[in-house]
Ligand binder design. Structure first.
Ligand code: FAD
Length: 485
């Protein structure tokens, strides 16, 4: 007699969901809901599930928590999350509600910031959220690692207490909580602690009255003007503390959705000025940049925040196309005249160090005003401690997926990433790294500093089995292989 088939844990999981909420390999939706930003992180999950009600999500989380299955929670995949057994897609949670009286929004954990931008323009015109600058970045993943916005220069990080007001979370046992009122430690840990405490289903943010139009745009400047730009950036860092102006300085090249320009790439400046165009073109704004030798304006002018964010839209196509590793050390606020020259030198040396690195590597100096890291009451107010005037030195080492051995290039890429801080900051090197871009060479105890022990204690309380374990493993005290790209 044929023996009856023993239901597997996958069958049990399927039984908790509607057929339309389960995606198998081969289905288009499986691909869309599992593609990581960087291909090296891909673990080809056996199932992707997308619960569309809180009740079913609670059942799924409760089941997965006590199962033997390897699982992870995913929103957009920008953080390169994957799992070998089950990915839980949060795209069933895309609600949005604006409350004018309290100047706040409650957003579903499955939204990305581009979707929030569009909903704000329809339902909350005249207000702005402190949200990420790239439209495809997920609201939850970015918030859990602190999160940076064009508005951070005025209002601080996305997860600072004055911006992130509350979070709805499904805990490992399936219980649903709003953290701010009853789970104070959990709320604290969600503010930059990297996640891994439960499944966030909704976030409540403060929004602020904000100009409907700002000045934004991109300037291209030739490589031959590098020293001039480096001096200009240093002078601006010394001069202005205006919280309504900010800037990104990056190389033109393939990592930025532009043609490869070899080891001596031109410079792209992304400018932001919420005072408007006259101010942006004045000496108090970016007159120095517009008058730099060879500067060429690309889509610079008056635009909405949504349009400003959309300027980075071309990067979206990079998802799943290449292998990337990122790091983002923090540089001290005062920059010397040669700081950018050293950044370019790091880039040149990096792409010369391995032939494939020309295809996706990039440097991006996020020029920050003092408020960005200095707006929460103290370094212990949020899980990721931050204070002082800092700039974010974000760098990417990228490579095409074909024809290279991943462990080999990973070693080379990590060596170059670890060298950014000493090579760019020299004797002014800090030990500070943005919690959103950590690698195995980072020391978790240093990243979380004085908050590390409390964070570990909260982790043990909310996830005693360490079942939420992507990226930063607080139990083992290390960054695991599949951390954000
Ligand atoms: C090109 C690029 C541009 C970026 N620009 C910005 C920027 O402007 N500002 C900024 O702040 N950051 C930016 N980031 C960093 C970004 O915030 C992180 O990569 C973040 O992890 C992305 O979150 P996600 O939810 O979109 O990605 P995912 O890969 O889906 O998730 C990332 C992590 O969050 C966890 N997670 C996701 N959803 C949930 C949930 N509902 N509950 C619990 N855990 C969850 C996942 O398990 C995973 O560990 C950028 C990154 C890249 C690659």
């Amino acid at each position: 007699m044929p023996s009856a088939r023993i239901p597997s844990e996958f069958d049990e999981l399927r039984a908790l969901l509607l057929t339309s909420e389960v995606f198998e390999p081969g289905q288009q939706e499986y691909k869309t809901q599992s593609l990581p930003w960087s291909r090296h992180a891909e673990q080809n999950p056996k199932l992707v599930v997308q619960p569309t009600t809180l009740e079913r999500l609670q059942e799924v989380v409760k089941f997965l928590y006590i199962s033997d299955l390897d699982f992870a929670i995913r929103n957009t995949g920008t953080g390169s999350v994957s799992a070998s057994d089950v990915l839980v897609s949060m795209h069933g949670f895309k609600s949005f509600a604006f409350d004018e009286a309290s100047e706040s929004i409650i957003v579903g954990a499955g939204l990305d910031w581009g979707e929030v931008d569009k909903l704000m323009e329809i339902q909350a015109l005249g207000y702005a959220a402190v949200g990420a600058r790239c439209p495809w970045v997920g609201v939850t993943g970015s918030t859990l690692v602190g999160g940076l916005s064009w508005l951070s220069h005025q209002y601080g990080m996305i997860s600072d207490p004055q911006n992130l007001l509350d979070a709805q979370v499904v805990l490992g046992d399936g219980k649903l909580v709003w953290a701010a009122k009853d789970e104070e430690d959990l709320m604290w840990a969600l503010r930059g602690g990297g996640g891994n405490f439960g499944v966030v289903t909704a976030l409540k943010f403060r929004v602020r009255p904000y100009p409907e139009k700002i000045f934004g745009g991109i300037l291209f400047i030739p490589y031959s003007s590098l020293h001039e730009v480096s001096k200009g950036v240093a002078a601006m860092a010394a001069r202005t503390a205006d919280p309504r102006i900010a800037m990104h300085v990056m190389n033109q090249g393939p990592g930025m959705g532009m043609p490869d320009q070899g080891s001596k790439p031109n410079i792209a400046l992304m400018l932001f000025d919420a005072h408007g165009e006259t101010h942006a073109r004045s000496e108090s704004g970016f007159a120095w940049a517009f008058s730099t030798t060879g500067a060429q304006e690309i889509s610079a002018g008056i635009m909405s925040l949504q349009q400003m964010h959309a300027l980075t839209e071309t990067f979206r196509d990079y998802q799943g196309g290449n292998i990337f590793w990122l790091t983002a050390p923090l540089l001290e606020g005062k920059l010397d005249d040669m700081a950018l020259v050293r950044v370019w030198k790091w880039y040149e040396d990096t792409i010369k160090s391995y032939p494939g690195f020309g295809d996706g590597s990039t440097v991006l100096l996020e020029f920050m005003q003092e408020n960005a890291f200095n707006s929460s009451p103290s370094r212990t107010s949020t899980a990721w401690p931050h204070s002082g005037h800092r700039h974010v030195m974000q760098v990417v080492v990228g490579c095409k997926t074909s024809g290279s051995s991943i462990p080999d290039i990973k070693e080379k890429a990590h060596a170059r990433l670890a060298a950014v801080m000493p090579e760019v900051a020299g004797d002014k090197a800090t030990k500070e790294y943005h919690a959103g871009f950590l690698n195995e060479f980072n020391h978790v105890s240093e990243v979380y500093g004085e908050n590390y022990e409390r964070l570990r204690e909260v982790k043990k309380r909310y996830d005693p089995q360490n079942r939420f374990n992507r990226g930063v493993d607080l139990v083992a005290g290390k960054v695991t292989e599949d951390m954000t790209v």
